[in-house]
Ligand binder design. Structure first.
Ligand SMILES: Nc1ncnc2c1ncn2[C@@H]1O[C@H](COP(=O)(O)OP(=O)(O)O)[C@@H](O)[C@H]1O
Ligand SMILES: [Mg+2]
Length: 398
């Protein structure tokens, strides 16, 4: 059918035509953010889940929701190699400028901009990647100690005071939180804790891979009391069905029941895979209704597209030793697997593989659900590894 009106949207962060199955969580976050805006306590929310389950698009939707009820939003994504203060500074500046437009908050927002000048000016020595415009001169003693934990706390407090004066709130939406380094994470947790104690309307809605939960606890032991970690996973059958059928119906096209069922089986309800299968099935289907045979005909192309985009970008960033480690995992099935079993598959000693495993965790490829266990962070990655490294010659390489 006409590819120009194909409604599906596979791609990291691409908003789906129908955001299925996330209404309850959106309402939950709305309640929390409105409570915080009203000066009442509520735990922050960090969405955790594997790659491709829809964390980023949900975070973006929650940000739009929050803007509807008057929140000052700050949106950043933590990449592997930039510091948290460098990412935060320009966005906090924009939020403060936004808050300064409200007369009642103006004076406080300007003091916030002075705090930002002190913050960025001092911390530049440590975090050389900080780049932010200065609108006001710093105020001696305000967020200018040069210590991230103290200065970030002072800065966010000032943001909170300005937001409260504007009868608003300031919410940081942070994606890929697992990449934030431990000391910077600790500073962020501590600053948020302080704001919560003072009932200031400042909080975080974050998203990250499953290892995030453990990393927060390592950074600050009390993190578990400040945050809830709802798990974002594959969609159940009813929601996955809706994700496929609604967008197609909106274009005046029908899906045969058996066709939908086959896509559900092939994708396991994983949102990224649903979009990819939906897209290619639409493209190969000659007419409405879309049939089971159309799904069969589209499957090879859907898998090839996933290999090239979703899986491949991750694979290409790996060293040969890391690739072999993942291939050995894949040999054992979807997982999780014991580290000892993986080592055995490689004919190696567990300890000698420690650095490889640690590197893969840092790159966000694997995580450890329980001590000594290792699991993929990308669904269906085991099958991909077998496609891209077929046979058994990988076992012989060193
Ligand atoms: N609730 C949903 N219903 C349907 N499709 C979704 C849903 N959530 C995400 N998607 C689709 O899944 C893909 C991956 O979403 P993304 O937010 O990038 O995942 P993550 O951040 O968890 O890796 C995108 O193509 C998006 O359109
Ligand atoms: Mg994402």
């Amino acid at each position: 059918m006409n590819p120009i009106v194909n409604p599906f949207a596979p791609g990291a962060g691409s908003p789906p035509p129908e955001l299925a199955g996330r209404d309850e969580l959106r309402r939950d976050v709305e309640v929390r953010l409105k409570r915080i805006q009203a000066g009442r306590p509520a735990k922050s929310i960090l969405l955790v889940g594997l790659r491709g389950v829809g964390k980023t698009v949900l975070l973006d939707q929650m940000k739009r929701d929050a803007e509807h009820y008057g929140t000052q939003t700050i949106r950043i994504e933590a990449p592997e190699n930039r510091s948290l203060p460098a990412l935060l500074a320009p966005q906090i500046r924009l939020a403060l400028i936004g808050l300064s437009k409200t007369e009642a908050a103006k004076e406080f927002a300007i003091r916030g901009l002075r705090a930002l000048a002190g913050f960025a000016g001092k911390l530049k020595l440590t975090y050389k990647d900080i780049e932010v415009g200065f609108d006001y001169a710093p105020e001696a003693g305000l967020a200018d100690n040069g210590d991230l934990e103290g200065d970030l706390t002072a800065l966010l407090q000032q943001v909170g005071v300005a937001a409260r004066a504007a009868k608003s709130s300031a919410v940081l939406f942070i994606d890929e939180l697992q990449y934030v380094k431990e000391a910077q994470m600790a500073a962020l947790i501590s600053a948020l804790h302080r704001c919560a104690q003072e009932k200031l309307p400042v909080t975080v809605v974050g998203a990250g891979l499953p290892q995030l939960r453990g990393r927060m606890g390592e950074a600050k032991s009390y993190a578990e009391r400040l945050f809830d970690f709802p798990e974002i996973g594959p969609l159940n059958d009813a929601d996955a069905r809706e994700a496929l059928v609604k967008p197609v119906q909106n274009e005046g096209v029908e899906f045969q029941e058996s066709a939908v069922n086959l896509i559900l089986r092939k994708t396991g309800g994983y949102p990224y895979f649903l979009q990819e299968w939906g897209k290619h099935t639409w493209d190969v289907a000659p007419r409405s209704p879309i049939t089971e045979q159309d799904v069969v005909n589209a499957s090879d192309v859907a898998i090839a597209a996933l290999d090239e985009s979703f899986f491949r970008v991750r694979f290409d960033r790996l060293t040969p030793a890391e690739k072999r480690y993942l291939r050995a995992m894949a040999d054992l099935g979807p997982g999780p697997h014991r580290s000892g079993d993986i080592a055995e598959g490689l004919g190696r000693d567990v300890r000698s593989l420690g650095p490889t495993r640690a590197g893969l965790i840092l790159k966000g490829m694997i995580w450890s659900p329980t001590h000594g266990d290792t699991a993929f962070t990308v669904p269906l990655f085991d099958a991909f590894m077998k496609r891209i490294m077929p046979g058994s010659s990988w076992k012989l390489e060193k």
